[in-house]
Design a protein around this ligand. Sequence first.
Ligand code: ASN
Length: 326
Amino acid sequence: MLKPPIQELQTYYKTIRTRRMQLILKVQATAFRGIRDYLDNNGFTELLPPIIGPVTDPGIRGAKQVTIDYYGKEYKVMSSAILYKQMAAASLDKIYFFSPNVRLEPLETATTGRHLVEFVQVDIEEANITYEDAMRTAENLVAHIVSYVVDEAAPYLEELGRTLRKFRPPFKKITHREAVELLRSKGEKVSYYTEIPWEQEEKLSRMFDEPFFIIDYPKGARGFYDMEDESRPGILRDFDMLYPEGYGEAISGAEREYRYEKVIARMRESGEDPAKYGWYLDMLREGIPPTAGFGIGVERLTRYLCGLSAVWEARPYPKIAGVYSP
Ligand code: ASN
């Protein structure tokens, strides 16, 4: 467990001038090149990310959205750009953006070493694919990034003391149910019906030495946009990818529910008011193709690549729950 970082983090921005932060930022910039190298060479189009809008992703696991006054109307700062991704993939087929997200995380997350209030995820979406296809993209992307960074950033990794190994897909897949059974067999109290808490996710991640997927989360665990499997009610066609060695979640993704009536029903079930989602529901009513995709958090990626103890080491000006810092 990390020390409470509050005191230290108020002045953490000064570390940008240290050698260690220089090395981390060099590795991170190399990873960005690796991400674009893979996606641009595989038919994806990079788009500018939306930053504010009338609604944003409600599936943010206990964090709060940020509201701003937009000429007298309430707007949200993107907690994720999920709602826009489906529309963009309906037009350009294979898209991605480097999407800045803000989530007011609970105060307890200040010491997890894995939560930031302000972070960036590379959000990826493809039309007319299944979640199995999306997982193939995800594992190929991660394998490419690691290989690219190992080749292109070797001196930086060495100076950081990080040994990074290349991986060859496919990555192992376990269901959410199997993950819960595995954790229960080690004495952990985890539920079959909810998200796996981050502490247990970290323990699970220590049991593996390669990235791996957890698939088929229960309906209660995720947003209304993850598709429910029609032949297995209550089970979603979605996935997380976890890094090994205790680094925990790398990626979250899913096949999306795109049918108007079903989305309305899922919104109601999850306590969302469909009236707030005007433009999104209009888009679905007019009809879009099925899509699937995922998001990969770049600070957690950097943490893994560099072997850092906390995610705030991957940001020169980190924002942590409850910490007033520049
Ligand atoms: N980016 C995630 C996805 O594509 C959604 C999220 O961040 N909540 O499923």
